[in-house]
Design a protein around this ligand. Sequence first.
Ligand SMILES: C[S@@+](CC[C@H](N)C(=O)[O-])C[C@H]1O[C@@H](n2cnc3c(N)ncnc32)[C@H](O)[C@@H]1O
Length: 256
Amino acid sequence: MASYDVLGNILVAKFPDGMKVAEKRRKAERLLREKKSVRTVVEKIGKFSGRLRTQKTKWLAGEKTKEVLLTENGCSFRLNVDTCYFSPRLSTERERIAKKVRRGERVLVLFGGVAPFAVVVAKAGRAAEVVSVELGREASKYALENVKRNKLSGKLGIVQGDVRRMVSGLRGKWDRVVMARPRLSDSFLDVGLSVVRKGGVVHWYGFGHESEKKEMVAGLLEEAGKLRKKVTVSGVRVAGRLGPGMFRYRVDLKVS
Ligand SMILES: C[S@@+](CC[C@H](N)C(=O)[O-])C[C@H]1O[C@@H](n2cnc3c(N)ncnc32)[C@H](O)[C@@H]1O
C-alpha cells in the first residue's frame, strides 16, 4: 500500500503500479474493516487534471458511492470525489487563513471548489462578508449545499464562473483575497490584484521545487510591477508537501 486519503466515508487509495486487482481488493477490504468511519474504498487512477482539477477513481470495496460527507475544522462538507477537487491535506492551511481574518473583513476566495476555505473562514464568524468563486458547475452545486449545511446563508455567497469574467461583477474591493489556484501555468495574479483594496492582502498559492522558490517570488513581484501595483511580500510559507523537495507554497502579498 503506497498512500491514501480519508475523506469522511470514502477512502481514496493509491496503489503501486503493477499491483494485481485481486490484491488491491483484498487490501481495500482490510482497510474497510480497520477504519471505522470508512464505508467505501476507491482507487485513485489518475492525477488531478484539467481546469477543474478532477481525479478519476475506481470503486474497490464497500458501498457503491462516490459521494462524500466529511467534517473538517468543525464544518461539514458534501462533494463527489470524481467531479470536485478536495484535499483533506489543506485542512490546517484553511484553519491558518481563517485565523488571520480580522473582525469586519471582506474576504474573497477565488478558485473556491466546494467552498472549504470560504466555509471555514465564514464559520469563524469575524468576516463581514465572504464570497467564493468557482468555475465548475458540480463543485458550485456542492458549494451551495455546503453553505446551507453550515448555516451560512446570507453570510457566504457562491458565484459560479471563470474568475477572469466574474470578479468584475462583484461589488467593491476586498480586504483579503485567497487564491488557492489550480496547478496550471496562469498565475491569475492580475485578477487577485484587481480586486484587493490598498492595504489588503492576497494569499497566492503556487507549486514548485524548493530550489525554485526565490524565482517564483521574484516572478510574482515582476508581474505585479508590470501591472503597476505596489506589492510587498509579507511571508512565504509551505502549505503542503507534494513530493520530494516539491511544495505547495503560499505567498502573502500586501498591496500598498
Ligand atoms: C486546486 S483547486 C482548489 C479548490 C478549493 N479552493 C479547495 O481548497 O478545495 C482549484 C479550483 O479552481 C477551479 N478553477 C480552475 N480554473 C478556474 C477559473 N478560471 N475560474 C474559477 N475557478 C477555476 C477548479 O475547478 C478547482 O475547483
